[in-house]
Design a protein around this ligand. Structure first.
Ligand code: SAH
Length: 459
């Protein structure tokens, strides 16, 4: 398709109609077929915009005045809690957000996966779609000699001091704010990204909603944490729920938040949480789902789709701390889990012991390397669960699944585009997608989670 020459110029003021919403939550208006992306605008709305950037095939604009409102628009309070923090859809009613996500799943499955006919269930949303995240990790900076912490301004590395976010649990908001205050009282220096100097880079808090246990992690550039003992005393006295205070050292110039070295300052190196009946130990660097309410919904679906009778061998690829593995081990003969982060595999083994589950085995490594090796050694699964990061499954893994021919595949995905791509590969390799269930794990944000069931086609 030939790229359209821009019919608009920078700084033009235009009256437009918004006809669509991009997957990252921007309104789309077209001028003679040329798309302009405008943050904060919704489909069905009319308004006045100023053109801010003109590229070859598309441009950007700023909403100046709204002239016709979408019935899905809600007024966002001006409080700071609502202002920042990756909540790109907060100006859309929750019903509207759910519709947007469900539509996106259907469209992407049809366009990328050629799965126009596949059954997509109505998305499972939350009753209370605010204050749900069990974890926050906020960057620390300095302003007028004071330590600040919060969110980056969109498309910048400027930190906005924020004490609250509408998508974090109150315990998490309180923990971050309190630790920031304590570090400020003690005169701790913030890390300066530009100069690669200073001390405190990030503050992280994770809360076990079912146990009430709180972990605080201070991430510094320097191997030492100044005022260590005072920091510990103050945290313990002001945050009675804390059970673990951890110091992580990240001396590198990088966007990656945590470094390789983690020292326990006080209490335990882990916190516990429950999902359903299963108890989990979680260490600072391990992945753990951030929405405890919806995680239960997602894992129950995984159990339903795996449809276990007790005789099956199951492989859980990208298993993290073994959450889905142990959920399924309750009903399977044997579960094998594989995950690339070694600490997560240590957690997974500890979690199997913790729950007295002897039928789960874990190996650290890449799913695309370890599972083909297992297959060569004669390990074959009746059910394979995959839950990859955003980039989806590696082709070598998909090929091994196709060769192994499990009766069922359960695919958990946080990115509909790579899900659609991988489902197409599995369909062409002999599987049929029975259904797809979107689950809203991330209300107020553009993120979309899906779980789908595939079965082996009889030939
Ligand atoms: N199923 C788990 C974790 C899902 S997140 C849960 O629900 O909690 C995806 C996980 O895949 C992360 O823990 C990440 O460390 C891991 N990962 C990323 N690339 C991988 C690879 N190539 N092989 C195995 N695991 C990988």
């Amino acid at each position: 398709m030939a790229k359209i020459q821009a019919p608009v110029r920078k700084n033009d003021i235009l009256n437009v109609y918004f006809e669509d919403l991009t997957h990252d939550g921007n309104g789309v208006a077209k001028v003679e077929g040329y798309p302009l992306f405008v943050a904060g605008a919704l489909p069905g709305e009319k308004g006045q915009i100023q053109v801010t950037k003109v590229n070859k095939g598309y441009g950007f604009g700023r909403l100046m005045k709204l002239e016709e409102r979408s019935p899905h628009r809600v007024d966002v309070p001006a409080s700071e809690a609502h202002k920042y923090g990756g909540t790109q859809l907060k100006h859309i009613s929750y019903e509207g957000q759910l519709q947007f996500k469900e539509k996106q799943v259907r469209e992407v499955l049809a366009r990328i996966g050629k799965l126009d006919e596949v059954k997509v269930h109505p998305i499972l949303g939350m009753d209370e779609p605010w204050y749900y995240r069990n974890k926050a990790q906020v960057p620390v900076g300095e302003k007028n000699g004071q330590l600040i912490a919060g969110f980056f301004k969109p498309r910048s590395h400027e930190i906005v001091d924020t004490n609250e976010s509408i998508i974090q649990l109150p315990e998490v908001n309180e923990a971050i704010q309190t630790v920031k205050e304590i570090c400020n009282e003690l005169g701790l220096k913030a890390y300066d990204e530009q100069a690669h100097k200073g001390v405190l880079r990030h503050i992280m808090a994770r809360y076990g909603k079912a146990t009430g246990e709180l972990m605080v992690v201070l991430i510094t550039r320097t191997p030492d944490l100044p005022h260590k003992n005072k920091i510990i005393d103050k945290i313990v006295s002001r945050l009675p729920q804390v059970t673990s205070i951890v110091h992580n050292i990240n001396a590198k110039r990088t966007n990656v938040i945590m470094g390789e070295t983690t020292n326990v300052l006080w209490g335990s190196e882990i916190i516990y949480d429950y999902i359903g009946e299963v108890k989990f130990a979680i260490s600072a660097r391990s992945f753990y789902q951030v929405n405890p309410v919806q995680t239960k919904v997602l894992y129950d679906k995984a159990l339903e789709y795996a449809d276990l009778s007790g005789d099956e061998t199951v492989i859980d690829a990208y298993c993290g701390i073994g959450t889905i593995s142990l959920f399924l081990a309750q009903k399977a003969k044997k579960v094998y889990g594989v995950e690339v982060v070694p600490e997560a595999i240590e957690d997974a083994r500890r979690n199997a012991d913790l729950n007295g589950m002897e039928n789960a085995e874990f190996e650290a490594g890449e799913a695309e390397t370890v599972i083909p090796e297992w297959y060569k050694q004669g390990i074959e699964a009746d059910v394979i669960v995959v839950d990859p990061p955003r980039k989806g499954c590696d082709e070598a893994l998909l090929q091994t699944i196709i060769d192994m021919k499990p009766e069922k595949v359960v695919y958990v995905s946080c990115n509909p585009s790579t899900l659609a791509r991988d489902l197409r590969i599995l369909e062409d390799g002999g599987f049929q997608t029975v259904e797809v269930q979107p689950v809203d794990m991330f209300p107020q944000t553009t993120h979309v989670e899906c779980i789908s069931q595939l079965v082996l086609k009889n030939d």
